[in-house]
Every structure is written in C-alpha cells, then in structure tokens.
Design a protein. Sequence first.
Length: 202
Amino acid sequence: MRACEPAAYRNHPTRSKIFCTIFKKLLDIELVFDHSGVMGASGDLTTITDSVRDLHLGADMSGRAAFDAMTALVTLRNLVDHHAATVVGHLDRLGVARDHGRKLSELLIVMGLAPAVASRLIRIATARAQLPTLGAHAADGAISAEHVDAVGKGVDHVGKRSAEPLDDVARLNIVTELLAHFFSGATPADIGKRARRLGNQA
C-alpha cells in the first residue's frame, strides 16, 4: 500500500500531487549527522513541513476520498515517528542533552513532546539498534510507533526471562512472531500479552 493513491483526491488533482510529494520525500529522507554534529538530510524537512501545513482537507471530500486520505495520513504519521526516533538516536549518540545539562527525555519534553511520547521514542531508538527487521518495517511506514514500541518491549521482556542471552537468530524469531501478530490485527497490548507468553516459554 502507498499513501499517495490517486483515489484519495480523485476530484482534486492539486491536493493529490501535494500529498504524493510529501509522502515520497518522507520515504526517501535519510537523516545523518556529520562529524561536526551538523544535521543534513537528503530530503528537505522545511519543505515537507510547509507542504503539510498547506494541506486543506475540506468538507467537500467524498467518503472514499476521506477514507483514502486517512489511510495516507496514518502512513505519514508512522513515517514521521520513524524519523523522529532516528533523530532521537542521533541526539543520544552526540550527547546533545548532556551538553545542555539535561537528560535526553527532559530535552525532548522541553522541545514540546509529551513525557510518554518522549519516553517511547527513546525506547524505539534503543530497540531498533538491535532489531533491524523492525526498523525496516518502520522505515516503510507500515507500522505505528506504538506497535514498534510494543515489539521492542516484547523482545526485551523475553530476553530478561531467558536463561541464556538472546542471540541474533533468537531475536529475529521473536520479532518475526510479534510482527506477524501485529499484521494479523493485534493491538500493542495484544503484542505485550504474546511476548509474555513467549517469555514464559523461554
């Protein structure tokens, strides 16, 4: 599934073009920090922000157009959360919060995030470093931050219950099972329950 389906704005080609442009830029963006700590991005974050701000989802939309637009917005949200977690990882690695005399969570809260959201992004950034398969799904916009967090916490739970440290193969098997549970329609709470069952078997 791709967010920029023409049906989303069948009667509004201009809106469709804007939406597709935003989505493609978010998919293509690669955030990196060079050795001096200056952020560069292959996509233009300012342009993306301005384009989203300029979207007008009017009351003249049909039911199908509203459904398609919401589907696109969900994917866009997933992509934004994925990139946010990526940058949180960079902030942590570079010690930006420490340089400001704060914890990373405190810095994110000062930047405007709710405490629960800040904590979740930190957990995701940490988990993705060891779970590349999970990160790949997040990078495609296929899974929400809440579900990514649930999978990451699930793997961590199983690891703590295991008599032996989890190796890469074991982690991959757990991630694969929890992702399959997600794609079957499981909520984050359901994923947590499945992880606890796996932990009992470890």
